[in-house]
Each structure stands twice: as structure tokens, then as C-alpha cells.
Design a binder for this molecule. Structure first.
Ligand code: IPE
Ligand code: IPE
Ligand code: MG
Length: 246
């Protein structure tokens, strides 16, 4: 049976998040510079976005650049920012054609001006698209997001009195970048690393985790299918016992 046919359309993860890792190692294995890996990672992004959209996944969040990634050599950071711009330019038509809506999470104010402008233009252009919501995590760090939420709650508390009793999970989530986005059902990390690297710490409390050795530039929709098939074999209990689940 075809891999795609093994997927139960009634049990799709509504939100898939991916830590796209292994570009540098992929390039090194081929005797190339790290940036060659990043460039080839774009093909994986394109195929995964198309594959997820076609299946009917509602949200796809891609970790593209962490706050800590600024600490890489300047040459690599500059190349990544340039690649971000060229990719937005080259992929906008495909996003429009596929009815994909672009969103971002992270401290996008901290991105270079030209990147910010390009992103905002595409966010606006795709704002009325009703298909897959593609969420790019850029200059993102989960700890930054949480601290930022606390700061904003305190700022608001100076304007209007906040009843401390009112602060619960839902209230707090309203101050996260992912406000209005459901928690990921499935988190995939490529390249054989078993860590979260400051990604969506709050939101993945009950997310199913899937790790694969595939390096990101080699990742294709079939790898997404495999992850979803694996996800569909799991029992999500959310603290309950099996017998309580319908
Ligand atoms: C992921 O690949 C892309 C970014 C973090 C921007 P890496 O660049 O981390 O590649 P490895 O992990 O060094 O192989
Ligand atoms: C995580 O990958 C960040 C992104 C995929 C954008 P890293 O390669 O930066 O993570 P570490 O440093 O190996 O934990
Ligand atoms: Mg890495």
C-alpha cells in the first residue's frame, strides 16, 4: 500500500511542528560549506509544506532560526538572512497557489529591516488564504516568549487592574506568540538529535515527539507521512487511563 494511503484522514495532527536540523552536517558529508546545506533545506521546506497542505494538516510550524543562532559565525548568519529573503521571494507564488497563509512567531522585531519588510509583505498578501497555516519561527526562543509574556502581563496590569485569580493557563496563553494557534499535536526533529533547543516549551506539554535520523535537506513528504503514521499508532491519554478514552 502507498504510504499516503496508510494515513487515517480522521486522525490527522491538526498542528505539526518541526525542528529542521542537520543542514550543516548534510553539507559537510558532501564536502561542502554549511550554507550549501541551508540552500538545500529549502527544497525540504517546499515539499513538506506541499505535503502537509495536501493532507489537510491545519498548522505547520517550522523552526527556522533560533535566538541562539545569532551566536553562529557572522558569515553563516548573514548567509541565512540572505537565504530567507531569496526564499520568500521565490516561494511566494507557490504559497499563493497552494492557498497557504504565512504567519511568524518569535522576536521578529530583532530581524534585519529588509527581512522584516519582506515577511510582512507576504503575511499581508496571504492573509486571506484559507488552507494550511505555515508558521515560521524566526528569532524564536521559548524562554524569550515566556519572559515576554510575563512582561506584557505586568505592563497591562499597570493600565487595568488584573485580578491575580484570573491568571490561569488560558489567560497566560493569550500572551504567547502562539495565541490563537492550537498546541502542536506532533513535534518532529530531524538529524538524530534528542533535544528541544528552546522551541515551544510551553506548547509541547502534551505533544507527541518524533525523532528521525534524516538530515533536514533530505526530508521529504514521505518522511512526514512516516511521522504521522507513527503518531497515529500512539494513544494520547492526557493523564487519564486507557479505559477512559473513547
Ligand atoms: C538547521 O541546521 C538550520 C538552522 C539551525 C538554521 P544546522 O545548521 O543546525 O545544521 P547542523 O545541525 O549543524 O548539522
Ligand atoms: C535548533 O537547531 C534551531 C533550529 C532548527 C532553527 P540548532 O542546530 O540551533 O540546535 P542545537 O544547537 O543543536 O541544540
Ligand atoms: Mg543544528
Amino acid at each position: 500500500m502507498d504510504l499516503k494511503e496508510k494515513i487515517d484522514k480522521n486522525n490527522l495532527p491538526a498542528h505539526v511542528a518541526i525542528i529542521m536540523d542537520g543542514n550543516g552536517r548534510w553539507a559537510k558529508k558532501k564536502g561542502n560549506q554549511r550554507i550549501f546545506g541551508h540552500k538545500n533545506g529549502v527544497k525540504a521546506v517546499r515539499d513538506t509544506v506541499e505535503g502537509a497542505g495536501e493532507l489537510g494538516v491545519q498548522y505547520l510550524t517550522l523552526y527556522a532560526f533560533s535566538t541562539e543562532n545569532w551566536n553562529r559565525p557572522k558569515k553563516e548568519v548573514d548567509a541565512l538572512m540572505t537565504l530567507l529573503i531569496t526564499t520568500i521571494n521565490s516561494e511566494t507564488d507557490t504559497l499563493l497557489k497552494n492557498n497557504v497563509r504565512l504567519l511568524t512567531i518569535g522576536d521578529t522585531e530583532g530581524l534585519p529591516k529588509n527581512v522584516k519588510e519582506k515577511l510582512n509583505a507576504v503575511i499581508e498578501k496571504t492573509a486571506n488564504n484559507t488552507g494550511l497555516k505555515l508558521v515560521l519561527a524566526l528569532n524564536y526562543s521559548a524562554r524569550w516568549e515566556i519572559v515576554n509574556a510575563v512582561k506584557n502581563i505586568l505592563t497591562d496590569s499597570k493600565k487595568t487592574d488584573i485580578n491575580i485569580e484570573k491568571i490561569n493557563n488560558e489567560y497566560f496563553e493569550g500572551y504567547l506568540n502562539t495565541k490563537d494557534i492550537p498546541d502542536p499535536d506532533l513535534l518532529i526533529r530531524t538529524s538524530g538529535e534528542f533535544r528541544i533547543s528552546n522551541f515551544l516549551i510551553w506548547q509541547i506539554a502534551y505533544t507527541e515527539l518524533y525523532f528521525t535520523d534524516v538530515l533536514w535537506p533530505d526530508f521529504r513528504r514521505e518522511d512526514l507521512y512516516n511521522a504521522i503514521i507513527n503518531y497515529q499508532q500512539r494513544e494520547r491519554r492526557f493523564g487519564k487511563i486507557s479505559e477512559q478514552l473513547i
